[in-house]
Write a protein that binds this ligand. Structure first.
Ligand code: S3P
Length: 175
């Protein structure tokens, strides 16, 4: 029986807003993995990268992901953009029989548009000072990451759709 929905996708793909809305509708708990890491590590993702380094962050991410997978309650979870792409994280998500994995797929121009104004809190892209550089970075990064994201059980194309429309599609796939 599906008890958990895990939202997967690149930075800026809407995982957190869609997740919060879904949890509201389904009347269950919502957990954003980045926020969970920040709470448990008592430090922002930005500072974790800066002070402890990306490898430390990835290890912490894997550890907390497992804790969430092991929780035995209905829950909507938005993963970090990199979560499915490190260690055997994606395998762990896919092998849990009570989890439905949903990839929120957006195109490069849409992601770049969204991320350009909110890149400061995201250590991997904070240094990219023009939209052109951001587009180039996202293109290469998505090429590497898509094979992981695409293993999700459900893929939803999100471009041009409202939060409500996307939520509706996730709910349909959940039936
Ligand atoms: C990352 C995405 C971020 C956060 C960290 C690394 C990534 O999460 O986990 O900055 O590797 O794509 P969001 O996708 O929620 O921005």
């Amino acid at each position: 029986m599906i008890k958990k929905i895990f939202l997967i996708g690149y930075m800026g793909s809407g995982k957190t807003s869609i997740g919060a809305k879904l949890a509201e509708i389904l009347n269950c708990k919502f957990l954003d993995l980045d926020a969970f890491i920040e709470e448990r590590e008592e430090m922002s993702v930005k500072m974790l990268f800066k002070l402890k380094g990306e490898i430390y962050f990835r290890k912490a991410e894997t550890k907390y992901l497992q804790e969430i997978i092991d929780q035995n309650e209905p829950i909507i979870v938005s993963l970090g953009g990199g979560t499915p792409c490190y260690g055997n994280n994606m395998e762990r998500v896919l092998s849990a029989t009570d989890i439905k994995s949903v990839y929120l797929k957006a195109t490069i121009p849409t992601l770049a548009e969204r991320l350009f104004t909110e890149k400061e809190q995201r250590p991997l892209i904070a240094h990219l000072n023009s939209k052109e550089l951001l587009i180039e970075f996202i293109g290469k990064h998505l090429f590497e990451r898509s094979p992981f994201y695409s293993q999700s059980e459900v893929t939803i194309l999100t471009d041009g759709k409202s939060i409500d429309e996307i939520v509706e599609e996730v709910l349909k796939a959940e039936d």
